[in-house]
Design a protein around this ligand. Sequence first.
Ligand code: SF4
Ligand code: SF4
Length: 130
Amino acid sequence: MRCSHCGICCTKTGMLLSNADIELLERAGYGRREFVRYDKNGYAKLRNRNGYCVFYDSEKHRCKAYKHRPSGCRIYPVVYSEEDGVIADDLCPEKDTASADELKRKGTKVVKLLDRIDSEAETRKQRISL
Ligand code: SF4
Ligand code: SF4
């Protein structure tokens, strides 16, 4: 797909993180506390600062952690919606440039990723309630 670098997907992000995403960013030198927040259900999400993802450079309109960005950011604009299943996110102005093949390939990935993230959140929640 084409990306116009509009920054919409990096604005007020609620991007979910897998343990592997967190570890990849930590190996790149970022401290977990800088970029991860946990919600009450045990999900790890990207932090925001001044209305943008902490990794977003709002002057250059680029991701500062591009090489190490989370899987969900790599898969975007393909997302999973409870109502519609695998779709290209309406928020992305370039969503129609994603091919059917990309939608299928990334759709498989997003479903697997969300399964893993659900299971990791459940484990985290159980650990906290022990
Ligand atoms: S919303 Fe779409 S076009 Fe805009 S930066 Fe994200 S992927 Fe690129
Ligand atoms: S990690 Fe990068 S691509 Fe993902 S939301 Fe943050 S700035 Fe955007």
